[in-house]
Design a protein around this ligand. Structure first.
Ligand code: ZN
Ligand code: ZN
Length: 306
């Protein structure tokens, strides 16, 4: 499946003229996942051409306004667009009350079902056909969760020449082998998937931290990630302030990515005090060279691993 990561909002706490509040969308082949939902997310979605009608799962890291205040507006806009597909929303305890209270107070109707799941423990929060979402608690000022999108392993590469050499003609039998089934030819020869296919290929992994200061178990949670999107609110000179507020600096985010043996790090949740955030990028790259700075409307395509 194709995997495209779209950054809709990359600021922390308050929006700026260039950065909207936190929200990242991962578009898979048939559906999309939204990590956090800052205010004004609808305009960001329109500009980035993110669908309002596709199957959608929203994952909220924590109940600080900058991460969750976009939800009521987004749901209302979707209803006015006559959305029919359900929306599933996962987040910390309190999320359900917040949404029900807003919906009742503002008295808006919905044209589609909204299913709210409060996260009660770490581990798998949803298990779909092609991927799982796994969560762990982070180290922030309030209860907060990081999420890992983990694609399920894909079958190995199919070699048509090997199949033909064993007398398996193209068609239904190829499809059976590709789906892991053993087949029997008219001459009683058995052909196994491993005879005509390469080894299983590992899936891709994307980790979204939400707000957090560094924590011990992160390296194993994010191990081998293709992409880590990490809190990077303050620069290294403000390490003490970052610790008090429950945020990370570039060096800290980079050390986390290094410890997790990640392939790429994206610094996000940038404080409004940095109109130019290149300083943050420089500090991160000293520790983890494959770091980039998130910008609103930046898009990353994650290629399939071979
Ligand atoms: Zn925040
Ligand atoms: Zn926060």
């Amino acid at each position: 499946m194709s995997l495209r990561v779209v950054f809709l909002g990359t600021s922390g706490s308050v929006p700026t003229l260039k950065r909207s509040l936190p929200s990242v969308v991962v578009q898979c082949s048939r559906e999309q996942l939204m990590f956090d939902c800052g205010e004004n997310v609808q305009q960001q979605m329109m500009q980035a051409k993110v669908s309002f009608h596709r199957k959608m799962i929203v994952l909220i890291t924590h109940l600080h306004g900058d991460h969750v205040l976009g939800l009521p507006g987004l749901l209302q806009t979707m209803a006015l667009m006559d959305r029919k597909e359900p929306v599933q929303i996962y987040g910390p305890a309190g999320l359900k009350d917040f949404l029900i209270c807003t919906k009742e107070t503002l008295n808006f109707g919905l044209t589609f079902p909204v299913e709210i799941f409060e996260i009660l423990s770490e581990g798998v929060v949803c298990d779909e056909e092609e991927y799982r979402i796994i969560t762990t608690k982070t180290n922030h000022a309030v209860e907060s969760f990081a999420f890992a999108f983990v694609e399920k392993p894909r079958p190995g590469k199919f070699y048509p020449k090997k199949a033909l050499a064993r007398g398996v003609v193209a068609g239904e039998l190829w499809s059976k082998l590709q789906h892991g089934e053993e087949i029997k030819l008219p001459n009683d020869t058995v052909v196994r998937p491993s005879d005509v296919m390469g080894p299983t290929r590992s899936g891709r992994k994307i980790v979204y931290t939400g707000d957090t200061k560094p924590f011990e178990s992160f390296a194993s949670f994010a191990h081998g990630a293709d992409l880590i999107i990490h809190d990077c609110t303050f620069d290294d000179a403000l390490t003490e302030k970052a610790a008090v507020d429950g945020h990370s600096t570039p060096s800290q985010a980079a050390l986390q990515a290094k410890a997790a043996r990640a392939k790429q790090l994206v610094l996000s949740h940038i404080s409004a005090r940095y109109p130019n955030a290149n300083l943050l990028l420089d500090q991160a790259r000293k520790v983890f060279p494959n770091s980039i700075l998130a910008e609103d409307f930046m898009e990353l395509e994650l290629p399939l691993s071979e």
